[in-house]
Design a binder for this molecule. Structure first.
Ligand code: G3H
Length: 502
């Protein structure tokens, strides 16, 4: 159970502690932040409201710890990561329990998130050993005017302190996707668990349990820290902190604000999407319907890679809409504890936002394939047909179980709509013609295009990146490790040119 057994240390009465200098602490602020259960809409947990002074202390400790960690052999770093991965998987049940109660993730998906996270950490350890064990040797005579009298040895070195801010929908998996690469590359890591709004920290308690698994694995004190609190108090303070050498953020628009305020540090940002699903006349329509439901409605549409607009050729639209409606009717709607397919969305303000998009579409004449139904944060799955570009839902991401269908008369029309979005995370195209699929993929301004499947980030070693407002940089295990390092060169200058086997 959460907060008990090996996790008893992380709880102080009713309030979860924060993690600094290798120990669990209560904040000197004496204040805490409530985490509201999306299903019951009652306070489920409380976390510490850390102060700026405590953040400063964390940064000081991280700086010292990082220097020693950078001198720790790569194989030892990997060994500790493997250990943490095993502990994480061993304790999947209490961590999954937090995910169910904090973010209403269906119980079986919550367990999957933790297991996937353990696998991600192990893979990161192995990949790090491989790619960080290699460097480059350059010789000078390839550049005009030079003899071979300079040898340049370059290798990858850590950046320093990485600040990781994951989103509420994957508070464990998208935290370890930052923690693993940062640590294997020799960095220290400061985690600021998700902040869904200024006062709520949905996902923070699951993240604290996950951090405890790293603590149990025996990482040096100060190397990993986790601070919780109000965005208004420590949000900007952290992201603009002079001690931070890299920021990896996944979330919404806040990322745009962070990128404007952050100093001269490398940024890795994933900020949402309006993933388009383009359906051609020759597509396998059963496959299309299955992927629209899976892509648009799993975890109630609260995935940045969810299908967020269907752009379908008019000639096959009726058939696909009918097939999708039949599948939607079978989805189980209710609490995450019962493993329902559609569970309450994360906050009341999210539900209100989704409702605003639905009402706008209603006023402007969209066809409701189901009756709009909401109880508290729970919104029943809804397909909106005949959506037009003047409706907000054609462009904005609901992050909920509501999906617009726009009927198109040409592929060009679909590509035009996709590319007119300010987002460009992923997209998908359904057709049996691989040549057309490639042409459309090339034309779509998205970081990834899936052919004949719904958008998805995984497997976790694949590159994952967004264009335009969807992000900066590329993720995926290998790219994240590389991003959290910089190249260091040493040049050997010979007194006279020397040619190998010359
Ligand atoms: O919500 C954003 C995540 O990166 C999506 O990940 O495709 O595994 O659901 P996923």
């Amino acid at each position: 159970m959460a907060g008990t057994g090996v996790f008893a240390d992380i709880l102080d009465g009713e309030v979860y502690k924060y993690y600094a200098d290798g120990e669990w602490r209560a904040s000197g602020s004496g204040k805490s932040v409530a985490i509201v259960n999306p299903t019951t809409r009652q306070t489920q947990y409380r976390v510490q409201a850390c102060t700026q002074e405590e953040v400063n202390k964390v940064m000081e400790g991280a700086k010292v710890a990082q220097k020693a960690w950078a001198r720790t052999p790569l194989w030892k770093r990997a060994e500790l990561l493997h250990k943490a991965a095993a502990i994480l998987k061993e304790h999947k049940a209490p961590i999954a329990e937090c995910l169910v109660k904090e973010i209403a993730k269906p119980a079986k998906d919550a367990v999957t998130e933790v297991v996937r996270s353990g696998d991600l950490v192990s893979y990161t350890a192995e990949e790090g050993v491989r790619i960080l064990g290699e460097g480059k040797l350059l010789v000078s005579d390839s550049f005009p005017g030079n003899e071979r009298n300079k040898y340049c040895l370059s290798s990858k070195v850590p950046l320093g302190i990485v600040l990781a801010i994951p989103p509420f929908n994957y508070p464990v998996n998208l935290a370890v996707s930052k923690i693993g690469p940062a640590l294997i590359a020799g960095n220290a890591l400061v985690l600021k668990p998700p902040t869904q709004c200024l006062l709520c920290n949905q996902g923070a308690v699951a993240a604290l349990h996950m951090v405890h698994c790293f603590h149990l694995a025996g990482f040096p004190k100060g190397l990993i820290s986790c601070v919780t609190g109000k965005g208004s108090e420590i949000g900007d303070f952290l992201t603009m902190h002079p001690g931070v050498n890299c920021i990896s953020f996944t979330g919404g628009d806040t990322g745009i604000a962070i990128s404007k305020k952050a100093g001269m540090v490398p940024l890795q940002m994933e900020l949402g999407g309006k993933d388009a699903c383009i359906v051609l006349e020759d597509a396998d329509l059963d496959l299309v319907a299955a992927n629209i439901v899976k892509g648009g409605f799993s975890y109630s549409g609260q995935r940045c890679t969810a299908v967020k607009v269907v752009l379908i050729m008019e000639t096959v639209a009726d058939t696909v809409v009918e097939k999708v409606n039949a599948k939607l009717a079978k989805l189980k709607v209710g609490p995450p504890e019962d493993n329902c397919d559609i569970t309450p969305v994360v906050t009341e303000s999210s539900a209100n936002f989704i409702e605003g998009l639905v009402m706008d579409a209603k006023e402007k004449g969209a066809t409701f394939c189901q009756e709009y139904r909401r109880e508290g944060n729970l919104i029943w799955p809804l397909l909106l047909d005949h959506v037009r570009p003047d409706m907000r839902i054609a462009w904005e991401e609901p992050f909920g179980p509501v999906l617009p269908v726009i009927r198109i008369n040409s592929v060009e029309e679909g590509i035009h709509h996709c590319n007119a979005s300010n987002f460009g995370l992923q997209g998908c195209v359904f057709t049996r013609d691989i040549n057309k699929a490639i042409m459309i993929s090339d034309a779509m301004e998205s970081g990834t295009v899936q052919i004949n499947s719904a958008p998805a980030r995984g497997p976790d070693h694949f590159p994952f990146q967004g264009l335009k407002d969807s992000g900066i940089g590329s993720q995926g295990i290998t790219n994240s490790i590389n991003m959290m390092t910089k190249v260091k060169s040493t040049v050997i200058n010979l007194p006279s040119p020397s040619y190998t086997m010359g």
